[in-house]
Write a protein that binds this ligand. Structure first.
Ligand SMILES: Cc1ncc(C[n+]2csc(CCOP(=O)(O)OP(=O)(O)O)c2C)c(N)n1
Ligand SMILES: [Mg+2]
Length: 584
């Protein structure tokens, strides 16, 4: 059999050490599937049930491993399904390669079947996007696509007409300038060292600060020791936007946990009270939680110069890998003799932990969702991989699941898409067999890509899915009430017995309703050999309170209840019963 264009494509992926492709076959990619079939000993094809999952899995794989994530979908609808997961990768800066098919090369743009020019559709999501025109074009384009995704930390897309995929690669069909062997698969790393000037300037600002706060995001994930050393030197509390949760263990004396709506009060106090801000690898998008402009002098470290000064006015920008930059900065930093700002944060964390302990150990029935996160936290391995989703569950996971040891944590951060948690968890199980992998998800998000339970079973991917079932799109219900003062509308969900559904897929199903059983049932589920779903039925009226509730939010909530929110009385009772301590 002659070597085809699709063979050349898959061989180029092998050159880039791609080990796994997430996707679903279709008539627009049959040639590529054949090239994958004949190389299945070298490159793994993981079949998904919905292409959106394949893109989320590629993004999750990139997040967990730092390697290129690859997804594959057919022409037309298959490619369209990828789009949400690809935007997730774009917005969280992950290297992902999407491969799709097109219709027959001489029918493209003729309203033929599945005639969607996916390169045009994907234009906005990509850092590199190209249509492979012939077998002699394959190698050039694939090499550049992989290199672009990795070096620009974004999505590359390549698409190829279905008939082109099966054309033989012939040396005499190259154009005269396309000399064979003129490209390479080399990926050159760059240290991106900042200049001496900028380092000196940054150090001077930090050394003049008295109340210094560090904001450590996803770019700080590989810089734990350096972050601790700098925080120690500066006497600075470290606030962690959610994607940076694993940058520092939660029991570190410098950590004040998360920030924003789902964060902690000490983080908010640190940001509101600092006179100097050091941003390490974060583009945390909720600008309202940063210090007020003019309040703090700021230094920012980011690998991407484009992001310096994106969210807060910066006096010194250090472009580079955060680990290297922090270690170059450290020798220039003075020991901050006044530890009072850090001590305030530590005292605040003491109170915050007590509050979380109280919230996580409530005996109420219906069970409080925090109880599930709190009990789960006690059972997680020191190298567990935790994926969560968008909803009130994000708050429970952020506040009650602590990072320690080699744990990893992620979520669709900047896109904040629902339904990422299960695909992320599956990708983690593919990348790290044997490690404990958790998806902590809401009933709305889980039902969106429920089909992937079949993927877990098919490949023996041992993930544990903890579903917080409140029978509502909880986050939005609270937003309608607390942000706008409107009665909840359109959020209630038709209840699903997820444990029964799981069994239908061949997955172990567990149900928890009574908080007294929560720890034991979770322990059984985690010990189960193979994938398991825990359907945790919780109080739908438990609000994800911001770390500090403003008077405006409290007033809007009261207005919403008065204006006819269903179950207003129960909600009011729940809130009074919670003895809200967050009101400012
Ligand atoms: C794909 C997508 N659709 C809609 C939203 C808006 N949204 C954010 S959170 C949320 C509710 C999530 O509900 P659920 O998964 O049940 O979690 P809960 O908030 O109830 O804990 C919605 C609809 C979104 N972020 N992503
Ligand atoms: Mg829900």
């Amino acid at each position: 059999m002659a070597r085809t264009a699709a063979d050349a494509l898959v061989e180029a992926l092998l050159d880039w050490e791609v080990e796994v492709v997430f996707g679903l076959p279709g008539d627009g990619i049959n040639g590529i599937m054949e090239a994958l079939r004949t190389r299945q000993d070298k490159i793994r094809f993981v079949q998904v049930r919905h292409e959106e999952s394949a893109a989320f899995m590629a993004c999750g794989y990139a997040k967990w491993t730092g390697k290129l994530g690859v997804c594959l979908a057919t022409s037309g609808p298959g490619g369209i399904h990828l789009l949400n997961g690809l935007y997730d990768a774009k917005l969280d800066g992950q290297p992902v390669l999407a491969i799709t098919g097109l219709q027959y090369h001489d029918l493209i743009g003729t309203l033929t079947q599945q005639d969607v020019e996916l390169d045009k559709l994907f234009e906005d999501v990509c850092v590199y996007n190209n249509r492979i025109m012939s077998p002699a074009h394959v190698e050039n384009v694939v090499e550049l696509a992989c290199r672009s995704a990795l070096s620009r930390r974004g999505v590359a897309h390549i698409t190829m007409a279905v008939d082109t995929q099966s054309l033989p690669v012939k040396s005499d069909e190259r154009s005269k300038r396309n000399i064979a062997g003129h490209v390479s698969n080399l990926m050159a790393e760059s240290a991106h060292e900042p200049s001496e000037d900028q380092l000196a300037r940054a150090a001077a600002i930090l050394n003049e600060g008295r109340r210094i706060c560090i904001l450590a995001g996803r770019g700080a994930l590989g810089a734990r020791n350096e972050l601790v050393a700098v925080a120690e030197r500066l006497g600075a509390p470290v606030v962690k936007p959610l994607l940076g949760k694993a940058a520092l263990p939660d029991d570190s004396p410098y950590s004040t946990g998360g920030t924003g709506l789902l964060g902690t009060a000490p983080s908010q106090d640190a940001l509101e009270g600092c006179d100097t801000l050091l941003i390490v690898g974060s583009s945390y998008p909720y600008i309202e939680y940063y210090p007020k402009p003019g309040q703090a002098r700021a230094v920012q470290i980011d690998i991407d110069g484009q992001r310096i000064g994106l969210r807060y006015p910066i006096e010194a920008g250090l472009v580079g890998d955060s680990r290297r930059v922090l270690s170059r900065l450290l020798p220039r930093l003075d020991h901050q003799p006044d530890r009072s700002f850090l001590e305030e944060a530590q005292a605040g964390m003491g109170h915050w932990r007590e509050l979380m302990e109280e919230r996580g150990t409530r005996k109420d029935v219906p069970m409080k969702p925090q109880v599930v996160a709190h009990e789960l936290n006690k059972l997680l391995a020191d190298d567990a991989i935790v994926a969560t989703d968008s909803g009130t569950i994000t708050t429970w996971a952020a506040r009650h699941i602590d990072m320690r040891g080699e744990m990893m944590f992620s979520v669709s951060g900047t896109l904040a898409s629902m339904a990422c948690a299960v695909p992320y968890a599956l990708a983690a199980a593919v990348a790290y067999p044997g490690r404990q992998v958790i998806a902590f998800i809401g009933d709305g998000g889980f039902s969106m890509l429920l089909c992937e339970l079949a993927t877990a079973v098919r490949y023996g991917l041992d993930i544990k899915i903890i579903v917080i079932r409140n029978n509502t799109l909880g986050q939005i219900k609270w937003e309608q009430m607390v942000f706008l003062g409107n009665p909840e509308y359109g959020c209630e969900l038709q209840p699903i017995d997820f444990a029964a559904v799981a069994r239908g897929f061949g997955v172990a199903g567990f149900t928890i309703e009574d908080p007294a059983d929560c720890g034991d049932t979770l322990r059984q589920a985690l010990a189960h050999p193979g994938p398991a779903v825990v359907d945790a039925i919780v109080d739908p009226h438990e609000p994800p309170m911001p770390p500090k509730v403003t008077v405006d939010q409290a007033t809007k909530l009261a207005t919403s209840l008065a204006r006819g929110t269903p179950d207003a009385l129960k909600i009011a009772r729940t809130i009074i019963g919670d003895r809200i301590r967050e009101i400012i």
